[in-house]
Write a protein that binds this ligand. Structure first.
Ligand code: AMP
Ligand code: TRP
Length: 416
């Protein structure tokens, strides 16, 4: 199916229903909090709501960067790993919010395949399939390739190269403090690959290569974002400014320091089987998550089996700390219906679990139905998908190379 057909069917445009108002910046950056090396103390600034609602342009700063000579649209970049299937957590925490940003911002969305091989051994056939499916799902969820750059991370080799440069600037203590690394290495009896440790450096490279202003992610990525900010400041301090000028660099501020962009609802969707742990691709039981491509029957059965509690009604479900499962299912309902918490409680607060579950099932199924339809359409036209990814690669590469060449020059590499 052709893009034009998708547009005619109202597929691509219908996805931008949510407004920017529903997003906000949350959290305060505390930095990685590690003992600073003597050359530099990384103190991440407080994460301010820079331009979440105001004009999305960045005025050129006194220190020029590789993508800001004059005022430009603020840039947004994000990605999801092609591992397993994309679930409701990925969608509500990240992808859905990307759709709202593409009209206003200069957006880059990639399938982060290099990040998908950190847990070894990975299955090459599955990686290949999940990468293609992931890109198709972005479009199915409403990313419009005529507005956003959609690409595959490994297609732009500057990511791997920048990750090496940055890894040499990263104290290993910063990486060992990362919660995800600690959790995963504990789970695997410390028998983990080096890639799992250096994973956040590659993520920082992804972000910093594009001089990104905002990075829309779920709550679990906040610490990785703080590391990216610290690395930007550290590299700017070590090699930027006057030092870069002396090296003949065109842009003296090497990296823009990015801000996270975390949605107020849906930033942490929890497991259907345990409202205290995150919905994740790696959880053993598929009953714990709703995948975007699950059939209505499967969604119904997963919600039927979802953990509940013994309280009466759902009226205090959002605020009662003893009701994590109620909060999670109500939040999912809130996100897929686009209602406020008050509207949700007015709507379903009186219901008992047995009455609420079918209502929730219908809301989820109806929300996912058009996404699944568009996904099937896109997957039928491989040539269209490849064209989108080639265009995305070209546009992304151009931006990434500007930053990479400038940073290499600042670091003293012999550039021709
Ligand atoms: P990953 O699957 O780890 O590549 O995650 C892709 C994106 O989905 C990231 O922005 C995550 O923060 C977000 N994400 C993953 N799991 C959840 C969850 N359970 N709730 C909300 N966001 C999530
Ligand atoms: N690490 C992120 C995750 O697991 C995925 C990711 C890789 C990413 N590079 C990124 C997200 C750059 C935002 C920006 O979810």
């Amino acid at each position: 199916m052709h893009r034009m057909t998708l547009v005619r069917r109202g597929c691509l445009s219908s996805a931008s229903r949510m407004t920017l108002r529903s997003l906000s910046l949350t959290g305060t950056g505390t930095g990685t909090g590690v003992a600073a090396p003597s050359v530099f103390t990384p103190t991440a600034r407080t994460l301010v709501a820079a331009a979440s609602t105001a004009t999305p342009t960045t005025a050129s700063s006194d220190q020029s960067t590789a993508s800001t000579e004059t005022a430009r649209k603020k840039r947004v970049l994000s990605g999801v790993q092609p591992t397993g299937t994309v679930h409701l957590g990925n969608y509500l925490g990240a992808i859905r919010n990307w759709v709202n940003l593409q009209d206003t911002y200069d957006t880059y969305f990639m399938v982060v395949d290099l990040h998908a091989i950190t847990v070894q051994p990975h299955n090459p056939k599955e990686l290949l399939e999940a990468t293609r499916n992931g890109a198709a799902l972005y479009i199915a969820c409403g990313i419009d390739p005529t507005k956003a750059k959609v690409f595959v991370q490994s297609h732009v080799t500057a990511h791997a190269e920048m990750a090496w440069l940055l890894s040499c600037v990263t104290p290993v203590g910063w990486l060992k403090k990362m919660i995800q690394f600690k959790e995963k290495s504990r789970k695997n009896n410390e028998e983990v690959g080096t890639g799992l440790l250096t994973y956040p450096v590659l993520m920082a490279a992804d972000i910093l290569l594009y001089q990104s202003d905002l990075v829309p992610v779920g709550e679990d990525q906040k610490q990785h974002l703080e590391l990216a900010r610290d690395l930007a400041e550290r590299t700017n301090y070590l090699f930027g400014g006057k030092k870069a000028k002396k090296m003949g660099c065109q842009y003296t501020r090497l990296f823009k320091v990015p801000d996270p962009f975390i949605p107020p609802a849906g930033a942490r969707v929890m497991s259907l089987q345990d409202g205290t742990s995150k919905m994740s691709k790696s959880a053993e039981s598929d009953l714990s998550r709703i995948n975007l491509l699950d059939s209505p029957e499967l969604i119904e059965s997963k919600i039927k089996k979802a953990k509940t509690d013994t309280f009466d009604g759902l009226a205090d479900g959002f605020e009662n700390p003893d009701r994590p499962d109620a909060k999670n299912l109500l939040t999912i309902y809130q996100c897929v219906t686009g209602k406020t918490q008050d509207e949700v409680i007015a709507d379903v607060g009186r219901l008992r679990w047995g009455e609420f579950k079918p209502v929730l099932t219908e809301a989820v199924v109806e929300h996912l139905r058009p996404i699944q339809g568009r996904y099937a359409d896109v997957m039928q036209d491989q040539a269209y998908l490849d064209r989108v990814l080639m265009d995305g690669r070209e546009a992304a590469e151009e931006e990434a190379m500007k930053t990479l060449m400038n940073v290499k020059k600042a670091m003293g590499f012999y550039t021709l």
